[in-house]
Structures are given as structure tokens and as C-alpha cells.
Design a protein. Structure first.
Length: 478
């Protein structure tokens, strides 16, 4: 009876993604099988998968091992030993299976592998492993030397913002990248930057719309600052930078600051004022949620209590307000406030002072480290409880002050499309909640909702709700 075998092919990196390399291997594998008179039962192909990296699992190789162990196939053909594996641990697995279920291995380039010759096989597989390590070391050394010499990354396509030589700036695209940085420092989110670019028909290099993740990647790309990083060390490049060093550091610091801020307040933004309202009893955030009233389901903002499954919203549970009347009330206050010379003042506001922001963000980072160090000192017994409470209160107070200063240096993005004489109310009605939130955050430091003592009626577009305006305490920034 003819042996029933498998044919295995692997390539570490398929640049084109078309699988041409593994297809050529399989043609040769099948040719050897036909020459030996073996019937090919199954084909196993791991395309663009490393056999050297410890964290890579090759699904087809695992299927091959399973079929060998179960006796489904009598052996297999591979193009070369290093196509099977570059790790001695995989040889050990093959040897363990061979003890229980005999099979054979043949290769197109290296001949047959005698599974009884343990030492010889170990040497052959060790040579494959060493070859891979040597190749990896050469690549790593080449990348390091290129970085030392100030050469750009050898990407297959030119990076956005640069000309074909990868050294000089593309004047149009570099301006777009700078605009991304400016908008980000002026308060825009990655999504809002993408919206702005797409609305103005400013598309990617291949003519497609921008996505938030792409914006984030471009703003974090070290080449834009004129350097490349290898193994934690920065090396200056010979190409033209898009951002100055100060601009680059300010953008990275602002990104860290925003990420930290999103962890400190509710992130679900289904309701307009989520993350902006504070409970008048405990000071915690109010969360948007739906509640049943006699008139039906109505959106509300509530101070949540800790539950058995969720302690994130651990508040006192002593404050609740209906969202439609509160949203309407805040809108009316803002429209009334901007129907004054204040609107012209906002429109004339200067852009971000990069150096001031950088200094503030650096101080914020140092204060955060200091706060963590105090927690460690308290846990280790270096600080007693009274000393810890005094020190942490001072740091928390300064952090809050620094946060306010950072916000003052942000240009009011929600007013960029407003001109003197425009109707703020019309703009409010025409724009989405994201625009409205930014306008609110531009004008208001804090909104506190006090517990209800009375429930007067409040009408919104002919619908009856309840809201006592005296419960709403607003701390205006300007």
C-alpha cells in the first residue's frame, strides 16, 4: 500500500500577500511525492508566519502534528528543514510523537530525515535556528546602523508628507500633517480631525477618506519629528522634520494627558451632558440613563451607587434630573451668554501657546508621578496617614489647577465656524452633540446639580417635564 502523506510549506513574510512563495514550495513538494510514488492526502500551508518567534502559533503546523499523532498520515514532505521549524522545541515535539506513532519526513532540498538519529537531527535543527538568529541579528544591526547614519525607514511606499526620495517634504501633504497637529493641540479629537479633513476633500495618499486610527498613527509617527527610534534610543535623521521638537513633544504630552482624563470621567456620550455634571451631595459624576415616569420613558442624569457587578459609578445615589429640560436650560444660558461681545472675544482667541502647554503637561506628569510615589510611601510605611492625607491633598489641588490652566490654553474649536453676527442658536441646532459639548466645555468649568426640593414644571418644545433651575449651579470660565 502506498504511503498517505501530507505536504507542508511555510514562508516567514509574504510581501505581496499572494502566496506565490508557498505555492512554489508545494509544487516542488508534490513533485517529490510523485517521484517517490506517495499519495498526497493533505496539504498544510502557513503563509507569512515565522517559525522562529516564540509567540507565533502556526495553525497548519499544529494540524500537521495532530494528523501525525493520530496516524491520519504516514509522513510529510517539506521543501527544506528550516521550512518545518527553526526551534529545537518543535523537533522535540516531533520526536515525542514519533515514539508513539512512527512516521517519516522528506525534504526537497535536504533529503530525508532519519527520525531515529536524535543527535544528527538536533544538529540540523539547531543549525536552522542559528541561521535564523544570525539573520535576525544582521537585520537588527543594519537597522541600527541606518538609524545612526540618519537614514529614513526603508518602507516599500513613500511615507505620507514626504516626496519620493523620503528625505524632502511634500509641500501639500506636510501641510496636512501640520494641520492635524494644530487641530489636535487646539482640542480636536482624532475623529473630529478625520471629519474635518474629509469634509474639505483632503484625502489620503491613495485618495481614500481618513479614519481616526490613521490620524492617531500620523501624530505619533517619530519620523515627523525628524528622528527614528531603535531599541529605545532616538537617533536624529537627515530628512526634513514636519514638526519641531517642541511641537512634537507637546503633541505627545497632550495625547498622554487626554488619555488620562478619559479614565477620570464617564465615557459613554449618548446624553449631551454626560461627564460634565457633578452631584451636589457627593461630588461624583452623574451618568445618563433612561428612567420610567408616569408620562413614559425619559432620559435622566443620575448619581449612581455601587452595585454588585459595577463599582465604577460608586456615588451616593441621591441626585437625579431629567435630561431634556436640563439640556434645554443649559442651551438657553449659553445662547444668552454668547449674544454679547463675548462671542467676538472667543473668535479672536489666540492659538495654543505650545511652550506653555508643554511646561504645564510636564508639570502634570511630574505631579502624577509624585502622587503615585506618595501612595507607595504610605503602603511601605514611610508616610503615616495624616502626612499622606496632607501631601496628597496639596498635590490633588495643584493637579486641578494645572488642568484648568491647560484648558485655558486650548483654542475654542467649537467657535471656529462662527462669525460675529452669526446666530449661536442656529449653529447649536445645526451641529451635532460633539460640537455642542466643546462649546459647553469652552465656557463652563463645572456644572453641579443640587438635590431636588421642589419639582416645578418645565416645557421643552411643548412637552412637559420638571426642572427647578435653582438646582443648577454653573461655574463659568468666562
Amino acid at each position: 500500500m502506498k504511503p498517505m502523506i501530507g505536504v507542508y510549506a511555510r514562508i516567514s513574510f509574504d510581501r505581496d500577500g499572494e502566496g506565490a512563495g508557498v505555492q512554489r514550495q508545494q509544487v516542488d513538494n508534490r513533485g517529490l511525492a510523485a517521484q517517490r510514488g506517495w499519495d498526497v492526502l493533505r496539504e498544510y500551508t502557513d503563509n507569512s508566519m515565522s517559525a522562529y518567534k516564540d509567540d507565533v502559533v502556526r495553525p497548519e503546523f499544529e494540524r500537521l502534528l495532530a494528523d501525525l499523532e493520530s496516524g491520519e498520515i504516514d509522513g510529510f514532505v517539506a521543501w527544506k528543514v528550516d521550512r518545518i521549524t527553526r526551534q529545537l522545541r518543535d523537533l522535540v515535539r516531533l520526536m515525542e510523537i514519533h515514539k508513539k506513532q512512527k512516521f517519516f519526513i522528506a525534504t526537497v532540498m535536504d533529503g530525508e530525515i532519519d527520525m531515529s538519529q536524535v543527535l544528527m537531527n538536533a544538529l540540523r535543527f539547531a543549525d536552522a535556528q542559528q541561521s535564523s538568529q544570525t539573520h535576525s541579528d544582521r537585520i537588527r544591526r543594519k537597522l541600527l546602523q541606518n538609524a545612526i547614519d540618519g537614514k529614513p525607514y526603508g518602507a516599500p511606499v513613500r511615507p505620507y508628507g514626504y516626496s519620493q526620495d523620503r528625505m524632502t517634504l511634500d509641500p501639500v501633504e506636510a501641510t496636512v500633517v501640520r494641520k492635524m497637529g494644530e487641530l489636535f493641540m487646539n482640542g480636536y479629537s482624532y475623529r473630529e480631525i478625520a471629519w474635518r479633513l474629509n469634509e474639505t476633500a483632503t484625502l489620503t495618499r491613495v485618495g481614500k477618506p481618513w479614519y481616526p486610527d490613521q490620524i492617531k498613527k500620523f501624530l505619533q509617527r517619530d519620523r515627523n519629528a525628524g528622528y527614528r527610534e531603535v531599541e529605545g534610543t532616538r537617533y536624529p535623521g537627515q530628512w526634513e522634520p514636519i514638526f519641531s521638537s517642541d511641537q512634537w513633544e507637546a503633541i505627545q504630552s497632550m495625547a498622554k494627558h487626554r488619555k488620562a482624563q478619559t479614565r477620570q470621567r464617564p465615557s459613554n456620550r449618548r446624553y449631551l451632558l454626560t461627564g460634565m455634571l457633578h452631584c451636589g451631595k457627593c461630588g461624583g459624576y452623574l451618568y445618563g440613563m433612561t428612567k420610567s415616569f408616569s408620562s413614559g420613558l425619559v432620559g435622566t442624569y443620575q448619581c449612581r451607587t455601587q452595585t454588585e457587578t459595577d463599582r465604577k459609578g460608586a456615588g451616593c445615589g441621591g441626585c437625579m434630573v431629567q435630561s431634556p429640560p436640563l439640556d434645554h436650560f443649559v442651551r438657553e444660558l449659553i445662547c444668552a451668554r454668547l449674544d454679547t461681545p463675548l462671542l467676538s472675544e472667543l473668535i479672536a482667541a489666540s492659538s495654543v501657546d505650545q511652550r506653555s502647554v508643554r511646561a504645564l503637561l510636564s508639570e502634570h506628569e511630574q505631579l502624577t508621578i509624585r502622587a503615585q510615589q506618595m501612595i507607595d510611601d504610605y503602603a511601605d510605611g514611610t508616610l503615616d496617614k495624616p502626612a499622606y492625607q496632607r501631601a496628597s491633598a496639596r498635590v490633588a489641588e495643584r493637579l486641578e489647577s494645572v488642568d484648568r490652566e491647560i484648558q485655558k490654553h486650548r483654542r475654542p474649536k467649537a467657535t471656529l465656524d462662527l462669525k460675529p453676527g452669526d446666530s449661536v442658536r442656529a449653529a447649536w441646532d445645526a451641529n451635532p452633540d460633539g460640537w455642542r459639548r466643546e462649546l459647553i466645555e469652552l465656557l463652563i468649568e463645572r456644572i453641579e446639580i443640587m438635590p431636588a426640593t421642589k419639582r416645578p414644571a418645565y416645557s421643552v418644545d411643548g412637552n412637559r417635564f420638571t426642572l427647578d433651575p435653582e438646582r443648577v449651579k454653573i461655574d463659568w470660565k468666562m
